[in-house]
Design a protein around this ligand. Structure first.
Ligand SMILES: [Cu+2]
Length: 159
């Protein structure tokens, strides 16, 4: 609450500056109105024993708003780099590849799961054991950030 209040105070100050400087409408109202349209839940991360520097995270994204949104980047406090990935069929095998964004259409839920879309965590800072939790942060195309805790779970099949 305290953070939200100081953020809105800063936005008001910023808006005033923008209005004074250029006489254009502030954009902060639009962003605030859409802030909770996309939610993330049921996140989990595959365990990574010592010596393994890469793992994946999975979650559900739901867009209850009327505007299509997308996740454009992600971060994890336990990893140096986090990428948005999908699984693609190449001939007889499946391969994963980075994607620039994960779209969540209005009114839809997108599932990141083993064998499909996922967050790829590179450069793990420490081993991840079942029962640990990590923090994931997702950034949407409108600048909104979603932060959530993700428990570490034992390995279940391949990505
Ligand atoms: Cu991947």
């Amino acid at each position: 609450m305290k953070n939200a209040r100081s953020l809105s105070r800063r936005l008001v100050a910023l808006s005033a500056t923008v209005l004074t400087a250029t006489m254009i409408a502030p954009v902060s109202h639009t962003m605030q109105g859409q802030e909770r349209a996309v939610t993330a839940r049921d996140a989990w991360v595959r365990e990574a024993p010592a010596g393994r520097a890469v793992t994946a995270a999975f979650l559900l994204l739901t867009n209850t708003g009327s505007t299509a949104r997308s996740v454009v980047s992600a971060a994890c406090d336990a990893a140096e780099t986090t990428e948005l990935h999908e699984m693609r069929r190449t001939g007889a095998s499946m391969e994963m590849a980075p994607v620039p964004a994960i779209a969540v259409a209005a009114g839809q839920t997108v599932t990141l799961k083993p064998g499909g879309l996922h967050l790829m965590l590179f450069g793990l800072k420490h081993p991840l054991t079942a029962g640990d939790t990590v923090r994931l942060t997702l950034t949407l195309d409108d600048g909104t950030r979603l932060s959530l805790r993700a428990p570490v779970r034992a390995m279940q099949g391949m990505p």
